[in-house]
Design a binder for this molecule. Structure first.
Ligand code: 13P
Length: 249
């Protein structure tokens, strides 16, 4: 049995004060949840507030991005070691918004995965097809490319530290959640790739999250699929009550 992960990606929302207020409400609502890893990935500037508010709890904190160098003249960037020092255990890599607006490629994602693993972070590598690719039946081709071009270069040992998130771009922020069947089929494709590349044990162990318009009222159907090991939640993770209902699905 793979342990579920319910992760919130706050994207560019909330200030430090709003972060503290979120956790005040959220902490008691999930205090009894022992069935899953609970992760919140706030904007960088909120990491100290999030780390303070979750210390000694069952809630973990992650970054939404990182740069692969340890330090240096890279204005605006944040390293894996800095994320660790700020209290992160996780980091999201190659979210579709990073690919779309900030030039993230498989090659940069690979460097980020390596840097995150070296620093002891648990990276969540995002893959997923865009609407026109979905409509022209290119999902497998796109996922194959995103996996081969990045995950394909990891060693088996590195791969053990990775979580994959399948986030179809057409489902992100649109309210158009993928049906459990569609998500499950994509997860099976990803798991088959892992099996061929890293073997049956690695494929069995790897947690694959679904992301895209996950809400309290559709998480149950998604989690009923044995291919789906959790969720990466955007909009619905901003509200403590709604994200707690997702965690306690
Ligand atoms: P929504 O849940 O807002 O659709 O966002 C999903 C997402 O991009 C999580 O990383």
């Amino acid at each position: 049995m793979r342990r579920p992960i319910l992760a919130g990606n706050w994207k560019m929302y909330k200030t430090p004060l709003e972060t503290t207020a979120f956790f005040e409400k959220f902490r008691p609502l999930v205090a009894d949840a022992t069935h899953a890893d609970i992760v919140i990935c706030p904007p960088f500037v909120n990491l100290p507030a999030a780390a303070d508010a979750t210390r000694g709890t069952n809630i973990e904190v992650g970054g939404q991005n990182l740069y692969w160098a340890n330090e240096g003249a890279y204005t605006g960037e944040v390293s894996a070691g800095m994320l660790r020092a700020a209290g992160c255990q996780w980091v999201i890599v190659a979210h579709s918004e990073r690919r779309e607006y900030f030039g993230e490629t498989e090659e940069t994602a690979f460097k980020k995965l390596c840097a995150a693993l070296d620093a002891g972070l648990k990276p969540i590598y995002c893959v997923g097809e865009r609407l026109h690719e979905h409509e022209s039946n290119q999902t497998h081709e796109v996922l194959g490319r995103q996996l081969r071009g990045c995950v394909g270069y990891l060693t088996p040992e590195q791969f053990r530290g990775i979580t994959v998130a399948y986030e179809p771009v057409w489902a992100i922020g649109t309210g158009k959640v993928a049906t459990p069947e569609i998500a499950s089929a994509a997860h099976s494709f990803i798991r088959d790739y892992i099996r061929r590349q890293f073997g049956a044990g690695a494929a069995e162990a790897c947690r694959i999250l679904y992301g895209g318009s996950v809400k309290a009222d559709n998480i149950g159907g998604l989690m009923a699929e044995d291919q789906i090991d959790g969720a990466l939640v955007g909009g619905a993770s901003l509200d403590p009550v709604s994200f707690a209902s997702i965690v306690n699905f």
